[in-house]
Design a protein around this ligand. Structure first.
Ligand code: NAD
Length: 349
C-alpha cells in the first residue's frame, strides 16, 4: 500500500521513519506540509512533495493518508481525504470535539473507507502490563486506577499552547490516558470531574486532573502535569486482593497480593503516632502478603499499522475503532464542561 503524510513535522517524520524501518507492507511515497522547510526535509528523505493539499488528495496512487497536522486541521483534512477515496489514519486527538468526529465517521461510512486514530499508546508496555493484570485477575477486581504522566518542562511549545489549534494537556496527553482507561472496560462512564490548571499558559490547560466513575463500580483518576518536580508512579492500581504499581516507562514496579486466609494470620497492633493511636493504619505483616513480578508482556507498535492493513484487506477487526475514539472525545468534552461549570458531570458514555 502507498501512503502519504500530511503535516511533515515531528510526528509526521516519526511516522515516516518508523514505517520505513518496520513495516515493509507500506511504502511511504509522499508528503505535504505548509512550511517550505518541512517540504525540503521530506524531499531530502526521498519523498515526493505536493505543492498543495489538493494536489495530494487528487493523487490516485495513494491508498492511505496519515494526518499529522495540528489538531484543528484534522477534521477538514480527514473528510477531504476520505471523499477522495483514501483510507485515513489520523493523529490524536482526532478532533476538537465529539461532534466533529461524528461528521468524519459519517463520511467514512458513506465513502466506505477505513478511518482510524493513531492511539499508539495502547502499545506502551506499562499499559499492556496493567491490562494484563486486570484481564488475568491476578489481584482481583480493580476499583481504583490512577494513571499519571508528570513532567516539569512548564512551557507548551508552539501550537500546543494555542487554543485555536487544540493545544493544552487534556488534548495532548489526556487523550492517551483516557483512551487507555476506556480500553480497560466496556462499562459506561457515569460521572466525570475535570480540574484544569493554567499555571503558565495564557490560553490552555498546562496541568490537569480528571476523575471518572464507571457503571460497574470502577473509578479512575488521570493526571497530567508540566510543573511537577517530585514524580509519582505512572500507574497505581487498587484491586480487591492487592495493589499494583508501575513507577515509570521502563516498567519498574511490583504487585503485592494478599495471601489466602491472611486476615486470620494478622494479629492486631496499635501504632502510636505523635498525636494519637491507630489500629486501622497499622503496617501489615509481610508474611500475610506475597510480592509478584509485573507480568512479562511483549508489545510491538508496528502491529498498529499492520492491523490497519489487515482491516483494509478484510482480514481483521480494526483495533482502534472510530466508535472508541468517539467515546474518548465525549469524555474530553465532559472534562471541559466540568471545568467550565465547576461541577461533576453525570453522563453515560
Ligand atoms: P509539529 O508542529 O511538529 O508538526 C506539525 C506539522 O504540520 C508542521 O510541520 C506544520 O508546518 C504542519 N502543518 C500545520 N498546518 C498544516 C496544514 N494546514 N497542512 C499541512 N501541514 C500543516 O507537531 P507534531 O508534534 O508533529 O504534532 C502533529 C500531530 O501529531 C498533532 O495532532 C499531535 O497531537 C500528534 N502527536 C501524536 C503523538 C503520538 O504519540 N501519537 C506524538 C506527538 C504528536
Amino acid at each position: 500500500m502507498k501512503l502519504a503524510i500530511v503535516g511533515y513535522g515531528g510526528m509526521g517524520a516519526w511516522h515516516h521513519e518508523n514505517i520505513r524501518a518496520r513495516i515493509p507492507e507500506i511504502e511511504v511515497v509522499g508528503a505535504y506540509d505548509i512550511r517550505e522547510e518541512r517540504q525540503e526535509e521530506a524531499k531530502k528523505q526521498g519523498l515526493r512533495t505536493y505543492n498543495t493539499f489538493d494536489e495530494l488528495v487528487s493523487d490516485d496512487s495513494i491508498d492511505i493518508v496519515t494526518i499529522a497536522t495540528p489538531n484543528n486541521f484534522h477534521k477538514k483534512q480527514a473528510i477531504r481525504c476520505l471523499e477522495s477515496g483514501k483510507h485515513v489514519i489520523c493523529e490524536k486527538p482526532v478532533t476538537m470535539n465529539a461532534d466533529e468526529l461524528e461528521e468524519i465517521i459519517e463520511v467514512a461510512k458513506k465513502c466506505n473507507k477505513v478511518f482510524t486514530v493513531h492511539q499508539n499508546r495502547r502499545w506502551d508496555r506499562d499499559f499492556v502490563m496493567i491490562k494484563n493484570i486486570v484481564e488475568s485477575n491476578t489481584i482481583g477486581k480493580p476499583y481504583m486506577i490512577e494513571s499519571r504522566v508528570l513532567g516539569s518542562k512548564r512551557v507548551l511549545n508552539g501550537w500546543r499552547g494555542a487554543k485555536e489549534n487544540g493545544g493544552g494537556m487534556v488534548f495532548d496527553w489526556g487523550v492517551h490516558l483516557i483512551d487507555q482507561i476506556l480500553y480497560l472496560t466496556d462499562s459506561p462512564v457515569v460521572e466525570i470531574y475535570g480540574h484544569l490548571f493554567s499555571i503558565f499558559s495564557k490560553e490552555v490547560d498546562d496541568n490537569f486532573k480528571a476523575l471518572f466513575k464507571f457503571e460497574n463500580g470502577l473509578s479512575a483518576m488521570i493526571e497530567v502535569a508540566t510543573n511537577c518536580f517530585i514524580p509519582q508512579a505512572r500507574w497505581h492500581m487498587s484491586c480487591e486482593d492487592g495493589t499494583a504499581i508501575i513507577h515509570d516507562w521502563s516498567c519498574n514496579g511490583t504487585i503485592i497480593k494478599l495471601k489466602d486466609e491472611s486476615e486470620l494470620a494478622w494479629s492486631d497492633v496499635i501504632v502510636y503516632t505523635e498525636a494519637g493511636p491507630t489500629r486501622t493504619m497499622a503496617p501489615r505483616p509481610r508474611e500475610t502478603t506475597e510480592e509478584l513480578p509485573l507480568p512479562e508482556v511483549t508489545t510491538d507498535w508496528s502491529d498498529y499499522y499492520r492491523n490497519v492493513i489487515d482491516h483494509i484487506n478484510g482480514k481483521a477487526d480494526l483495533i482502534v475503532k472510530p466508535e472508541q475514539s468517539l467515546r474518548v472525545m465525549k469524555v474530553i468534552d465532559a472534562i471541559f464542561e466540568s471545568h467550565r461549570t465547576q461541577s461533576m458531570i453525570k453522563c453515560r458514555i
